[in-house]
Design a protein around this ligand. Structure first.
Ligand code: HH2
Length: 280
């Protein structure tokens, strides 16, 4: 299996990739306001690469439940200078975390290589046209509703089956829009229109998704469901995040999205070393 994202190619199997999060926002749930200044965002991104990040995910709009939507102009103002400065300075692919086709296209033109689209359930396919035009990688993430509505009584009969069906549908529609399977990464969207129980069900059934012949990305870093099991504020959820990351590696997940790159790499390298010695 191969992931293609413009000039980058990742053949699998290989050690789990770690995607470092760079939130250029005032209101992200765990690090809002820390990297709103472009120079600080660039410096933070370079630190994450020095810690070993294989990819960087740059976002200019918080998607936490109830977040205030950001205008296209404001999102562009936040992320484009950061991508322009980072692209020539780092060797790793840059991903743009956006729901807006115009932001995705501008970010790709500025040097990004992947689009991380948490609203992959959109009907309009301008986003997919931009991805196809640039030959970019594309993260198709499952979300029920929008960040404003997603946590209002999310219900599923069988969350794993419904997310699986969503991926099959999007893979077909993406192919029709000119985005090849080799460009696509799947993400179950932990915390996006899911209760604590739905998140745990999805984490318990990750193997169903890693069988779909596409790389799977998991974003659990500092998320509130961890605090729902064992009360902790976002800054204190690293242990729970690492527990999920290690189980995900065992389930065959290929990309872990995290705010805590060095710690995550240590945890997953140990997990991989143990798994490599398993004979049964
Ligand atoms: N989670 C967040 C944002 N983007 N993208 C993918 N593919 N998967 C995720 O799980 C995911 C994501 C939420 O985390 P963060 O970016 O730290 O927070 P905020 O949306 O508040 O900026």
């Amino acid at each position: 299996m191969l992931l293609r994202a413009r000039q980058f190619e990742f053949p699998f199997p290989r050690p789990t990739l770690v995607m470092g999060v760079v939130n250029v926002t005032p209101d992200s749930f765990s690090d809002g306001g820390q990297f709103l200044d472009p120079a600080r965002a660039v410096a933070h991104a370079q630190e994450l690469v020095a810690e070993g990040a294989d990819l960087l995910d740059i976002g200019g709009e918080s998607t936490r439940p109830g977040a205030t939507p950001v205008s296209e102009a404001e999102e562009l103002r936040r992320v484009i200078p950061v991508i322009e400065q980072l692209a020539p300075r780092v060797q790793v692919p840059l991903s743009i975390d956006t729901m807006k086709p115009a932001v995705a296209r501008a970010a790709l033109a500025a040097g990004a290589s992947l689009v991380n689209d948490v609203a992959a359930n959109r009907e309009a396919d301008d986003m997919w046209r931009a991805v196809a035009d640039f030959g970019a990688g594309y993260v198709v993430m499952h979300m029920r509703g929008t960040p404003q509505t997603m946590q209002t009584h999310p219900t599923y009969v069988d969350v794993t089956r419904e997310v699986e069906e969503f991926f099959h549908d999007r893979l077909q529609r993406l192919a029709a829009a000119g985005v090849t399977a080799g460009q696509v990464v799947l993400d179950v969207g932990i915390g996006f229109g899911k209760t604590l129980e739905h998140n745990l069900q999805l984490l318990a059934t990750l193997e169903r998704f890693t069988k779909l012949q596409r790389p799977v990305l998991l974003g659990v870093s500092r998320k509130s469901f961890i605090g729902g099991l064992r009360s902790a504020v976002a800054a204190e959820r690293l242990p729970g995040s690492l527990a999920c990351a290690c189980l995900a590696v065992e389930a065959g997940v290929q990309i872990i999205r995290t705010h805590d790159v060095a710690e995550t790499i240590q945890a997953i390298r140990v997990t991989e070393a143990i798994l490599a010695r398993k004979t049964i």
